[in-house]
Design a protein around this ligand. Structure first.
Ligand SMILES: *Cc1c(COP(=O)(O)O)cnc(C)c1O
Length: 402
């Protein structure tokens, strides 16, 4: 495509794109590792990886090569024929997690939709169709996923919702008991709530849920769309807890930037979805699977889960030090390279300062800075981004004292 100015791109976007996204006046044209370059030639350090999608950096050579090679070989085949890349990727995921089978789709919300159907198909025969989800959760924007997302702001103006969701509170056993009934089919939650502000399920809570689900024949379904594949310092976040879920949902970084999602169903429920019950036209295409196989290869070769644990711990420790200097920080939370800085004030000025200085972060819940650096970020970029972020927090700290 011909090179365009930011002015043209933004004018055309305003004219032709449905305005459901708030956009900053920046258009990126290329990316390499953690560095993005915009139309004006300005560079940015990506400290958020596009909602944790670009976990191995932008246009990683191994992923780009795998996509290019597959694109000239075979892009799409319908799912009524075998597909070696799809079965190969499923084998890779199962070998790295727990015994079971995989269904491939194209996004996080779609993985959630499939999990809702799986839970209903599993429990429905016994009259169990309710799903418990948690306040501050985020599961996606399609109607079912939005109904599962227990945050009113995402449901505003979109009612009626899909019925059958009961709300509880993360780390609050009593609230789960209260939401539970003989109609409960599943409990669906993020091991670390991302959009909700990087809030971790406690080990005790996780173990209690596992036991509770076993006792009542409820499916424990973990939304690892954001926490999956090395982000939190283990390949999958559940591995921190010494438990295994019945169902795990993946997407975000799964294709190294290429869209792909997955439902990982443990052996207990691996055969619930039978022919005719669920499908996806694009799900698990050779191209998407080639990208994802390359992603797993990079994560393994570059030992990125371990790096995420180590560098993430450093990041958290350094930010916790900052909290002593700047009491405007109320808490630093997170695991691996999934970190939140909870502020006692509006976080937008921090975002704006960072963007201006060439660092991309995220603001969630209004007052929380969320960080999800590329797992293979170069130390020099990591230090530079941290320096700019520190300055931003210093500035906001000064303004808030006055
Ligand atoms: C982003 C996200 C989703 C939705 O994924 P999409 O690909 O945007 O549909 C679901 N769950 C969690 C935890 C997420 O972070």
């Amino acid at each position: 495509m011909k090179k365009q100015s930011l002015k043209t791109i933004s004018a055309d976007s305003k004219k032709y794109i449905v305005p459901c996204y708030k956009r900053y006046p920046v258009a990126f044209v290329s990316g390499k590792g953690s560095i993005l370059t915009d139309t004006e030639g300005k560079t940015y350090i990506d400290f958020f990886s596009g909602w944790a999608v670009s976990a191995v950096g932008h246009s990683h050579p191994s992923i780009a090569k795998a996509i290019a090679k597959q694109a000239v070989t075979l892009i799409h085949v319908p799912n009524n024929y075998y597909n070696a890349l799809q079965s190969g990727l499923a084998k890779t995921i199962i070998s790295a997690s727990f015994p079971g089978k995989v269904f491939f789709c194209n996004s996080g919300a779609e993985a959630i939709e499939g999990a809702i159907k799986l839970a209903r198909a599993y429990g429905g025969k016994k009259g169990k169709t309710d799903i418990i989800t948690f306040n501050k959760s985020f599961h996606g924007r399609t109607t079912g996923a939005m109904s599962a997302t227990a945050q009113a702001k995402y449901q505003k103006g979109m009612k009626p919702l899909l019925s059958g969701f009961k709300k509880a509170e993360l780390n609050n056993i009593q609230s789960v008991k209260k939401a539970f009934s003989k109609k409960t089919a599943a409990i669906l939650f993020e091991p670390i709530q991302g959009e909700g502000g990087v809030r971790e399920a406690s080990p005790e809570f996780m173990k209690w849920i596992r036991k509770f689900c076993d006792e009542h024949d409820i499916l424990m379904m973990l939304d690892e769309v954001q926490t999956g594949i090395g982000r939190t310092g283990k390949l999958f976040c559940y591995q921190h807890y010494g438990i295994k879920p019945d169902v795990m949902l993946l997407a975000k970084s799964l294709g190294g930037g290429f869209p792909i999602g997955a439902i990982v169903a443990s052996s207990k429920v691996e055969n619930i979805l039978q022919p005719g019950m669920h499908a996806s036209t694009f799900g698990g295409s050779p191209l998407a699977c080639a990208a994802s196989l390359a992603l797993f290869d990079v994560i393994k070769k570059e030992k990125l889960a371990a790096r995420s644990a180590k560098l993430g711990a450093q990041l958290k420790a350094r930010l916790t030090e900052l909290q002593k200097l700047y009491p405007v920080i109320s808490e630093v939370r997170g695991k691996g390279m999934m970190i939140a800085i909870d502020l006692k004030c509006d976080a937008q000025p921090v975002y704006d300062f960072c963007l201006n200085q060439g660092v991309l972060v995220n603001v969630t819940q209004g007052n929380i800075i969320r960080l999800a650096p590329c797992l293979n970020i170069k130390i020099k970029d990591f230090e530079k981004a941290l320096k700019i972020l520190t300055l931003a927090i210093k500035n906001i700290s000064n303004t808030n004292e006055n």
